[in-house]
Write a protein of this length. Structure first.
Length: 167
């Protein structure tokens, strides 16, 4: 009887130890902002809130709001060494008021993947997006659909941010 009881106690203690380790691992796990892959912190929530305002401004084609969100130091290099496709603040303004304004029925969804900061306090927001929109085409209006990854570069300004690149 003692060996059966001893084995049962050993199994119970082994189970209890595994349960304690498992519960400890759960207690130490990070929590994430819902529908993102971003750790839930007050700083990250502030960044996501700003980015959601940006996303909504895109869907609403609110050019004034988008320009207010962009830094006067905005610069986009097109991801290559070709200077012909570089875009500064004035180029962004021109694009928004001539090309973007023609876009209709925009649906812009974002899945936030990562937020990082550097020593200069720039904030890098990596995300995947799905965009569906209607544009004028040769045979009338055409629907376009894009799925891609992108990164917004933000700089803190007061209680908010300005977009340096990535629009």
């Amino acid at each position: 009887m003692e060996t059966v009881l001893g084995r049962a106690m050993h199994k119970f203690f082994l189970f209890a130890m595994l349960l304690v380790v498992w519960l400890g691992a759960i207690g130490c796990s990070k929590s994430y902002i819902p529908n993102t892959d971003v750790e839930d912190t007050s700083d990250n929530r502030k960044v996501i809130s700003f980015c959601e305002d940006y996303r909504k401004a895109v869907e609403e084609k609110n050019i004034g709001r988008l320009l207010k969100m962009a830094s006067l130091r905005y610069f986009e290099d097109g991801g290559n060494t070709n200077p012909e496709d570089d875009l500064d603040y004035d180029g962004l303004k021109s694009y928004l008021t001539t090309t973007f304004v023609k876009t209709q029925a925009i649906r812009y969804e974002i899945r936030y993947r990562r937020i990082a900061k550097d020593e200069t306090k720039k904030v890098f927001v990596e995300f995947s997006y799905t965009a569906s929109y209607r544009i004028p085409g040769l045979k009338g209006e055409e629907w376009k659909h894009t799925v891609a990854d992108n990164r917004l570069e933000l700089v803190p300004e007061g209680e908010s941010f300005k977009i340096l690149a990535g629009m």
